[in-house]
Design a protein. Structure first.
Length: 276
C-alpha cells in the first residue's frame, strides 16, 4: 500500500484527505487548505487555534482582496479592530489595551494608546476634546480653545489657527492667523513686512511705478511685474520674454504680424492668419 494511502497519525489507519495531505479528515486541521495535524481536543492545528489559555476555538480570520488574514485569538478573545492580533483584557472589553481609550472607565476606540507621550491618539473621539486641533500637535488647549497656545492667533479674542513656523523657521508674522497678519506681506510664504500703499513687500510687489499688485518674482525680468503689466509690457506668446513691439501691441517684433497697426500673432510669411 503506497505511503499516502494511510494517515500519518500514529495508530490511525484512515485514508488521507487527498494525495497531498498526510492525515485523514479526523486528524487534519479544519481550516481550508491547511494539511497540519489538529491538536487533541481541538478542531485546528496549533497555528490556527486561539492562543488564549484553555480556549479550544479556532482563531478568527478575515479576508481582503482575496487574501486571508488569521488572528492570534478567536472571535471571543481577539481585539475587534481590523488587522489587530492582540487579545482583549477581559470578556467585557471589545478592544485590546492599545486600541482602548486611556480615559478612566472608558471602553471607546483609540487609534493608539501606547504612544509614549499623551496625545489625541490615546483617546476616543469623545475624550479628544481639549487637545490642539492642529495636525500632529499633542499640546493641550486652554479655556476650551480650538488650538494650543503655540497654534492660536495672538490677536486678542481670536481663536483662529496660526502656523507659528515654516520649515522650522519662526517669525512674528506666523504667530497671527491670516486675517490678522496686517503689517506683513500678503504672500502666504513670505515673512517680510509689506511696504507703504501695498499689501506686499518689495520682493512681491509689481516693479511698475505706482503699481501695488502682486508678483511672484520668479526667474526673468518679466516676472518682476504683476499679471496686468506682464501683458502690457511683454510679448504674450507663451515662453517669450521679449518686450512688446510698441505700446498697445501684445506681441514682440518677432511674433507680431508685420502688417502695420495689426495686433495679431504672426503665423505664415510673418503675417497673421487674417493678412496671409
Amino acid at each position: 500500500m503506497p505511503w499516502f494511502k494511510r494517515c500519518k497519525k500514529k495508530g490511525c489507519w484512515g485514508s488521507p484527505v487527498n494525495k497531498k495531505f498526510l492525515f485523514c479528515y479526523d486528524h487534519t486541521c479544519a481550516i481550508d487548505d491547511c494539511d497540519s495535524l489538529k491538536l487533541n481536543g481541538r478542531e485546528t492545528c496549533a497555528f490556527h487555534g486561539c492562543k488564549a489559555p484553555s480556549c479550544v476555538a479556532p482563531a478568527a480570520h478575515s479576508s481582503s482582496n482575496g487574501i486571508k488574514l488569521y488572528y492570534r485569538f478567536c472571535g471571543k478573545h481577539n481585539c475587534v479592530v481590523y488587522d489587530c492580533s492582540n487579545t482583549r483584557p477581559g470578556d467585557s472589553r471589545e478592544r485590546c489595551d492599545r486600541h482602548t481609550c486611556i480615559e478612566d472607565k472608558c471602553d471607546g476606540f483609540a487609534q493608539d494608546a501606547h504612544t509614549k507621550s499623551k496625545n489625541q491618539s490615546n483617546y476616543c473621539a469623545k475624550h479628544q476634546i481639549g487637545f490642539c486641533s492642529h495636525n500632529d500637535c499633542s499640546e493641550k488647549t486652554k479655556d476650551n480653545n480650538t488650538y494650543c497656545e503655540q497654534h492660536i492667533c495672538k490677536e486678542k479674542d481670536c481663536d483662529s489657527f496660526c502656523r507659528y513656523q515654516i520649515d522650522g523657521k519662526f517669525n512674528e508674522k506666523l504667530t497671527f492667523c491670516k486675517n490678522h497678519q496686517g503689517k506683513w506681506c500678503a504672500d502666504v510664504s513670505c515673512l517680510n513686512k509689506h511696504i507703504d500703499n501695498s499689501e506686499f513687500c518689495n520682493s512681491h510687489v509689481c516693479a511698475e511705478d505706482n503699481c501695488s499688485d502682486y508678483t511672484s518674482h520668479g526667474l526673468g525680468k518679466k516676472n518682476s511685474y504683476c499679471d496686468r503689466h506682464k501683458k502690457e509690457l511683454y510679448c504674450n506668446k507663451k515662453y517669450c520674454d521679449s518686450v512688446v513691439a510698441t505700446k498697445g501691441i501684445p506681441y514682440c517684433v518677432r511674433h507680431n504680424c508685420k502688417v502695420k497697426n495689426c495686433t495679431e500673432i504672426r503665423y505664415y510669411d510673418k503675417k497673421c492668419e487674417t493678412h496671409y
